[in-house]
Design a protein around this ligand. Structure first.
Ligand code: PAF
Length: 277
């Protein structure tokens, strides 16, 4: 497996690859969710490139970039065991050269949910993902369903900018008690970790209502809020029942629907979602 930092080295490695290239962009500190994306890329593509870059521009002023967990050596061992062809670990200077002033922004679907809570987040995500796509030029790129709005925003950006890239969104990988895997789970104290299953329980209760025939979106939102309120440590930021593609809040559930939520447990912000229909 090649470990690459510079852009010319990445381009040379990319040029040497024939057939379909699958790309898994990450911010490192890999967990089973990331490894599932790499395995899927490996199964579907001739070559796999993984990037590790903790992107400063997607962190808000009040979000501690310097505390984001990192363990490059462990990450490289995990990726190498899955036999990816290359790992690209660009520096800040490569991705944001001195005098940088070009941004990629997606409009309406970046405004609700995560966008409302983290107003500068998606501008950072779409800018870095566009730059990564330009450099890697993959045929397919793999993202986790856990970051449902990110996946929707990237699908939109890929369509709007005519990137010839298929966006593949893979199911959320969960711990045995239902907690969605996330690099941020590491921040939870023992008691917060136990309380964190409340997100899965709230989503499951709403899904049960849906499967029982309920199509009133507000009833599902009320059910999720009710369950979350039963956990005193959980501070709800939003609960949503929205159209899967546009992310507009629904009155009546018809097609593919996204149930989603963001909850603070102590200082840790957790998000999770289920797709209905
Ligand atoms: O999902 C992530 O880890 C990041 O948002 C991504 C897509 C790698 C961009 O920095």
């Amino acid at each position: 497996m090649k470990i690459i930092t510079s852009l010319p080295d990445l381009r040379a490695a990319r040029l040497s690859m024939q057939g379909a290239v699958g790309f898994v962009p990450t911010m490192g500190f890999l967990h089973e969710g990331h490894l599932t994306l790499i395995r899927r890329a490996k199964a579907e593509c001739n070559h796999v490139i993984v990037s590790i870059f903790v992107n400063p521009t997607q962190f808000g002023a009040n979000e501690d970039l310097s505390k984001y967990p990192r363990d490059l050596e462990r990450d490289l061992n995990l990726i190498s065991a899955l036999e990816a062809d290359a790992v690209w670990t660009p520096t800040n200077e490569i991705m944001y050269p001195k005098g940088f002033q070009t941004w990629v922004e997606v409009d309406a679907i970046t405004r609700p949910l995560e966008g409302a809570m983290r107003p500068t987040h998606f501008k950072g995500v779409t800018t870095i993902v566009a730059k990564l796509f330009n450099a890697v030029q993959p045929q397919r790129a793999y993202f986790g369903q856990k970051d449902a709005q990110q996946a929707a925003v990237i699908r939109q950006m890929t369509r709007d900018l005519n990137f010839p890239i298929e966006i593949i969104v893979c199911p959320t990988v969960r711990e045995t008690d239902g907690l969605a895997m996330s690099s941020r789970n590491k921040y939870l104290t023992g008691e917060e970790r136990a309380a964190a299953t409340i997100l899965f329980r709230a989503l499951s209760a709403a899904k049960d209502l849906y499967e029982g025939g309920e199509r009133n979106a507000e009833k599902l939102r009320i059910k999720m809020r009710e369950i979350l309120a039963s956990e005193p440590r959980a501070q709800v930021q939003y609960v949503s029942c929205a159209d899967y593609d546009s992310l507009e809040e629904l009155d009546v559930i018809q097609g593919k629907t996204l149930l989603s939520m963001a909850v603070m447990l102590g200082k840790t912000r957790l998000i999770d979602n289920f797709v209905l229909g």
